[in-house]
Design a protein around this ligand. Structure first.
Ligand code: AQP
Length: 327
């Protein structure tokens, strides 16, 4: 079983990234051969700061190891260190419909917000398809926001296989049962994100305990005082209930039962303490790992070597089946 997932070094990771990303990586690595990629090429689709990209890459590497990826077991690497990714994206763009890319929700949302819309923002899902397909991936642990991009990846793989012969495995997404789309605590209809939405509604994995308490205390809740899961009627409290499931591992029903009749106040305090308890040991490991940049570089170099080896045969097959002569 091959597992692949990627995360952008595009800012400070938050509890949504933990829920849809980091925790699922650590869980799925137990199921087979894992490839976890810091997708730096994706981070340039919107205007970026080169120095922040450089630092952010090592920040994310440290966080991947701090949240449980074992470099002895899984391959952790940086996308731009393996040139097959950029090459695959070009080849796959020839079997991707222009109209399909234009229908990507994330692209449409960004177009509405960004002053400068790059061509890279438009074609980014093709790069993502290549990331996944190069490793003949069986499963892709991701959050709900990536569901549409994974569907596109499957489409691209099928079109390529039909045109040029069986080359790719058709990958399946793995989504968390709850917490697949954690919302901004201040704007519960907007996904929590590294680069969008109110900062006061974004719980960062490296936030101090006091900041976490403050962010939870001021989280938007809904009218009434009942801790009940109903995303349509009560988006604020439902988001907090989902966060509580992520933090404690308890079911939605168990949480509703625990807080029956207690009101929002105690509930919010308990989530804050739960998040702090979850993140403190991760933060300690992160700080230790991040202090040794040379060791992170060494681990990433090893990862890149393994990723190059694993992806090269697929890229060679792609070129060959498409009719390219090889040197
Ligand atoms: N709010 C979220 N809830 C659950 N999962 C989430 N993920 C992101 N936001 C949430 C999942 O985290 C993994 C890594 O995401 P990414 O860094 O590749 O980019 P993203 O999905 O675009 O996340 P952000 O934080 O919103 O980044 P920016 O602002 O830079 O675009 C993915 O598996 C994603 O599903």
């Amino acid at each position: 079983m091959r597992i692949f997932s990627g995360i952008q070094p595009s800012g400070d990771p938050h509890i949504g990234n933990f829920s849809g990303g980091f925790r699922q990586y650590a869980q799925t690595q137990e199921r087979g051969e894992g490839f976890f990629c810091i997708v730096d090429l994706h981070a340039i689709t919107i205007t970026h700061d080169p120095a922040a990209l450089r630092d952010g890459t090592l920040d994310i590497a440290a966080m991947l190891f701090a949240t449980g990826l074992d470099p002895g077991r899984s391959t952790v690497f940086v996308q731009s260190h393996v040139t097959a990714h950029a090459e695959a994206a070009w080849l796959l763009s020839s079997v991707t419909g222009h109209g399909q890319l234009g229908r990507m929700t994330q692209f449409k949302e960004r177009v509405a917000e960004e002053e400068f819309v790059s061509a890279a923002l438009f074609t980014y899902p093709v790069l993502m398809a290549g990331d996944i397909l190069l490793y003949r991936t069986d499963i892709v642990p991701i959050g709900e926001d990536q569901r549409q991009h994974l569907e596109l990846t499957r489409d691209i793989a099928q079109r390529f296989n039909t045109r040029y012969g069986e080359t790719f495995v058709i990958p399946e997404g793995v989504f968390p049962e709850t917490g697949g789309r954690v919302m901004n605590l201040q704007e519960p209809t907007l996904k929590m994100s590294k680069s969008r939405g109110a900062e006061s509604g974004t719980v960062l994995m490296l936030d101090s305990p006091d900041t976490i308490r403050k962010k939870l205390k001021t989280a938007v809740t809904d009218s009434g005082s009942e801790v009940r899961y109903d995303p349509d009627e009560k988006p604020g409290i439902s988001n907090l209930i989902e966060l509580m499931t992520v933090v404690t591992g308890k079911s939605i029903q168990e949480i509703e039962a625990t807080y029956e009749g207690t009101g929002y106040g105690r509930f919010k305090e308990d989530i804050a303490e739960g998040i702090i308890e979850l993140l403190e040991p991760i933060k300690a490991r992160y700080n230790e790992l991040r202090a040794d940049a040379a060791e992170l570089d060494r681990l990433l170099a090893l990862g890149a070597e393994k990723a190059r080896e694993a992806s090269a045969p697929t890229l060679a097959r792609m070129y060959e089946r498409m009719g390219f002569t090889r040197p």
